[in-house]
Ligand binder design. Structure first.
Ligand SMILES: Cc1ncc(C[n+]2csc(CCOP(=O)(O)OP(=O)(O)O)c2C)c(N)n1
Ligand SMILES: [Mg+2]
Length: 335
């Protein structure tokens, strides 16, 4: 339903994400928290859709290409009226429509994802067909930055430029992390914006956890489409993996770990409650956790598991991280 603000929807996506991964023991909570604001702004303010008529020709198309963050799109679709919110509890269960990675068996999903590197190609094909039919609908594809290591992404980037797909908008969730490490220690991708520009795309770079910047970027894509009518657009959305829960931020542990019973779940829920927007109801723990288990000295809270080998000083400016431990950050030699 569109009678909710993007801030309210983002909060609900994060709260469902914590619950769904907690209940199922499923992974990727860091990726869900990172992309929540992008998806919320799209579904609250940008996309044209009708939950009662999910195959309407007049709908904008949306693909979550980083399909491992499936819980985020499931939560958004449920909160926007595509199916019952109660069904979210079946995420990852045998027989559930809400498989770990995104399934097109669900109303509102046009393309199954999870094997990274395919969403932009599918989206480019959709945009090509829509344009060929002389229609106005747009195609939005959200990719991970690690996903952009895949060669198939750049094939789609070439294709979209060649066919002047100005109805295609890619959004990269640029959290500078992938599954095991920071991106720069896996496959270096900077100067990322320059690469997209060289392939013929319009590039908008923003803070992807700011709703204001996201909204203005989406408005800008419409203006650009008129000014530069032959180019696709990419929004490079600089985000923080794990955004919303302090001990998940920029800690690669939370790519695969789920919030376990005890302080991990209790503190995650209560941290979210500290920033709950007016008018939002928490359907699981309406008042937060009353007597939360707190971490002890032995618990690993606030230990950035990625720091030891992977700190890179240039992140500091962009991501406003805490200071690097002495001696880290050298990476002249890769082998
Ligand atoms: C083709 C393919 N290879 C490997 C994986 C395993 N995998 C799942 S998530 C992930 C990291 C993705 O990083 P990124 O795209 O940056 O997404 P983030 O979680 O940071 O949002 C990997 C390698 C996969 N899903 N698909
Ligand atoms: Mg990433």
């Amino acid at each position: 339903m569109k009678n909710q603000t993007s801030e309210q929807l983002a909060w609900k996506i994060r709260r469902h994400g914590i619950e769904m991964t907690h209940l199922s023991g499923g992974s990727h909570i860091g990726a869900i928290m990172s992309v929540a604001d992008i998806i919320a702004v799209l579904y609250a303010d940008v996309l044209k859709y009708d939950p009662q008529n999910t195959k309407s020709e007049k709908r904008d198309r949306f693909i979550l290409s980083k399909g491992h963050a499936g819980a985020a799109i499931y939560a958004a679709l449920a909160e926007c009226g595509f199916f019952d919110v109660e069904e979210l509890k079946t995420h990852y269960a045998n027989g559930s429509r809400l498989s770990g990675h995104v399934s097109h068996h669900l109303p509102g999903v046009d393309f199954s994802t999870g094997s990274l590197g395919h969403g932009l190609s599918a989206g480019a094909g959709m945009a090509y067909a829509i344009k060929k039919d002389g229609k106005k609908e747009r195609v939005f594809v959200v990719l991970g930055d690690g996903e952009c290591d895949e060669g198939s992404v750049w094939e789609a980037v070439l294709f979209a430029n060649h066919f002047r797909l100005n109805n295609l908008i890619a959004i990269v969730d640029h959290n500078h992390m992938q599954s095991m490490d920071f991106q720069e220690n896996t496959i270096e991708i900077e100067d990322f914006a320059a690469k997209w520009k060289a392939f013929g795309w319009n590039v908008i770079e923003i803070n992807g956890n700011s709703h204001e910047e996201l909204k203005s970027a989406f408005e800008k894509t419409e203006i650009i489409r008129e000014k530069e009518p032959h180019k696709p657009t990419v929004i490079i959305a600089n985000t923080i993996k794990g955004y919303g829960v302090s001990f998940m931020r920029n800690d690669i542990l939370w790519h695969y770990r789920f919030p376990h019973d005890g302080w991990e779940y209790d503190c995650a829920v209560n941290e979210l409650h500290e920033h709950k927007p007016e008018g939002v109801e928490d359907v699981y723990t309406p008042k937060g956790i009353q007597n939360p288990v707190m971490p002890t000295e032995q618990d690993d809270i606030n230990n950035d598991h990625t720091f030891t080998a992977t700190w890179k000083p240039s992140y500091q400016e962009k991501m406003r991280r805490v200071e690097a431990p002495a001696g880290s950050g050298e990476r002249e030699h890769r082998i």
